[in-house]
Structures are given as C-alpha cells and as structure tokens.
Design a protein around this ligand. Sequence first.
Ligand SMILES: Cc1cc2nc3c(=O)[nH]c(=O)nc-3n(C[C@H](O)[C@H](O)[C@H](O)COP(=O)(O)OP(=O)(O)OC[C@H]3O[C@@H](n4cnc5c(N)ncnc54)[C@H](O)[C@@H]3O)c2cc1C
Length: 408
Amino acid sequence: MAEFTMELNEDQRGVRDWIHGFAAEVMRPAAAEWDEREEFPWPVVQEAARIGLYSLDFYAQQFFDPTGLGVPMAMEELFWGDAGLGLAISGTGLAAIGVLTNGTEEQIGTWLPQMYGDADDVKIAAFCSSEPDAGSDVSAMRTRAVYDEAKDEWVLNGTKTWATNGGIANVHVVVAVVDPGLGARGHASFIVPPGTPGLSQGQKFKKHGIRASHTAEVVLDGVRLPGHCLLGGKDKLDERLARARERARTGGSRTHNAAMATFEASRPTVGAQAVGIARAAYEVALDYAQTRVQFGRPIIDNQGVAFQLADMRTRIDAARLLVWRASWMATAGKPFTSAEGSMSKLFAGETAKAVTAQAMQILGGNGYTREYPVERMHRDAAIYTIFEGTSEIQRLVIARTISDVPIR
Ligand SMILES: Cc1cc2nc3c(=O)[nH]c(=O)nc-3n(C[C@H](O)[C@H](O)[C@H](O)COP(=O)(O)OP(=O)(O)OC[C@H]3O[C@@H](n4cnc5c(N)ncnc54)[C@H](O)[C@@H]3O)c2cc1C
C-alpha cells in the first residue's frame, strides 16, 4: 500500500485553482496601485470576503486540513498574486492563531468571529508583541499587565510597535508582562475588545515594501480589560507562573511561553508566503528571458542567464518542500526536534530575497522600473528575512535546537 504522495488531492487542487483565479484577476491588476497608495486595501479585502476567501470558515477549513498543506498552499497562491495585498488578506491570521493556541474554547468561539466579521461588515485583527526595545529579544518586553483583584480586571500600559493592522483592527491580541521577574516566561496574551478606551494607534510606518499592509504603533494607556480577556484564563496562568517560578528557583529547563508558541505555529505559513513571492518573480524572469533579444538571440540562450533560472527554480522548490514538511509535522503533531519550522522560514525567506534580486537582474533596466512588477516583489520580499523572527534568530533557534547548547 503506497500511502505516501507528494501530490495535492483533488479538493486541494480545486481550492488552489480558485485562489489562483482571485490572485490573477483581482489582486494582480490592483497591486501596483495599492503599493503606491500605501493604504489598507479595504475594497480588495471586501472582495475576498464576498467570495468567501477572507472568512473565518475558509481559514478554519484550511487550518484543519488533515494533511497540513491547506494553509501553505493558500498562502503561496495569495502571495503569488501580491504580497502587500496578500498580507492585508492574511494578517488577521496571526492574531487568530494567538487565540487558537492560547485561548479557551469559549474565547475562541467569542473572538475569532469578531476578528473576521462578515462579507457585509469586514473586520480585521492585530497581534501585538514587538516593542521599540523588544524585537528579537522578547524578554525585554515592558508593556505591563497588572491584575486588579477587587474588580477582576487587568490594567495594561505600554507601547507596541510594528503591529500589522495595529490601531485599525477590530480586535487586538496583546502580549504583556505579568511577572517581570520571569523574563519571557512571565508574559501573557490578552484580547483587547473593539472600542476599548485607552488603546490608540501611534505612528503609522512608511515602508520599503508590502506597502498595502498597514503597520503601526499601538499605544496602551491604562487599558482596563475584564478578567475573561486573559487568554487561557487566570487559573491556567497561575499554574504556568508557579511552574516557571519553580523552574527559575531550581534551575530547571526552559518553559514554553504564549508568544513563542504563536510564532512557532506560524513560521511555515510565513515561509509559504515567501515561496509565493519568489515563484511570481521567477515566472516573470523566465518569460522575459525567453522573449528579450540581445545579440540576435533570446537572452535565455546564454548559460549565464539560463543557469540563474535553473538555480532560482531549484531553490523555490526546495523552499516549498521545507515549508510543506514543517506544516505537515505541525498538523501530524510531530515534535520539531531540529526546529524544522524555523528552517522552513529561514530558507524560504532567504530564497525570496535572492530570487527576486536575480529576477530584477534578468530584466535589466526594465527590472529596476515600476513598469514591471519584479521591483515591487523585491521590495516586498525583503521583509521575509526580518519579521516573524529575523534570519539570524531562525539560525539561533535551529542551532540551539540541534545542539542543545545555549548559543548566543
Ligand atoms: C512590516 C512589519 C510587520 C511586522 N508585523 C508584526 C506584528 O504584526 N506583530 C508583532 O508583534 N511584530 C511585528 N513585526 C516586528 C518584527 O517581528 C520585528 O521587526 C522582528 O522581530 C525584529 O525585531 P527588531 O526589528 O527589533 O530588530 P532587532 O531585534 O533590533 O534586530 C536587529 C538586527 O540584529 C540582529 N540580531 C538581534 N539579536 C541577535 C542575536 N542574538 N544574534 C544575531 N543577530 C541578532 C537581527 O537579526 C537584526 O539583523 C513586524 C515588523 C515589520 C517590519
């Protein structure tokens, strides 16, 4: 019985082709305009919601695909369409995963629908962990959550930065320090419901790429949250903190923390986005190399160009295989004993950056202009070695995992 297959099944192929159609017909024609406007592309997200592509149901279906390939396959097609628009459509997913991985069933049922809204009233969500002094080093986080026992309320103060959808989201998921003595183990995640007083948008960033995606600071000034907004609930938090204090006292091994769990679950997904951008740039370059004539023959007739395309394609396929492996492992409940999730994000992110640069080179002067999309794809790809853990941090995670040495 040959159970192993590297082919998508019929349902998956159907979903992939459907997303591809949206990417080709709706996203691609709109991509340059929204890149220039640098605004959140509500009409595109609303159109995605209208056909059911931006919806909790659709993401839940892909998330629970038993092969694990539903989400990466969807991401690759969306980001093949355009990365800025793709992130506008998929950015809510990071906050949703934060709730799915740390929330109670009741919290999942209450908040996930409010993150997506519906086709007539589209909503988005933001996941806020990074701070001005706490990017790669999450243990330097300062945003504080203090429990007011008399009122069963949490009071949050601090400034978050680089939050995708920050300040324009309906629901914000905020990571904050509940026990400063425990470093990254003393963090907890909170839901900030729509319209909560004290939460405001700070600076909106003007970016190099993915400019249709909204990125901003989120200021939390005396934000009061009911006790039920603590993800996972107070009892679970108290147990986790007690274990962390005990380990700190006895020098025991590292514990899991909520923010890191969120990042780990989302890394292959981010890798798949990078694969989509790389594939898009490679296809433009392949086509251009076959049609652009210099010295009386198409430039692809030169090994110097053809071999670049061969390398680009090989890297893209290798990146996809790493992404699919990690996604399959996550769904199958396999332990990431070699940090395979981080591997997939590292390799795919570096591939997107390198392949889009090569594509620009193959297009020559045209590649450098906004007449062709590879210039935008190259700008978009650059974020994939930075966010969701920089390439250096992925290497650190992989190196520590394979060696069990606390490499710095
Ligand atoms: C467009 C965009 C969207 C984002 N969206 C979100 C979001 O939705 N939510 C959220 O919480 N965050 C978000 N981020 C934040 C993102 O995850 C951080 O930018 C990222 O983690 C890096 O942190 P930093 O920018 O502070 O860089 P730093 O941590 O200051 O790193 C600077 C450089 O030093 C290197 N470095 C740092 N420490 C080490 C080390 N130990 N060893 C080797 N090298 C090291 C890094 O690799 C990097 O090259 C987003 C960022 C951007 C730009």
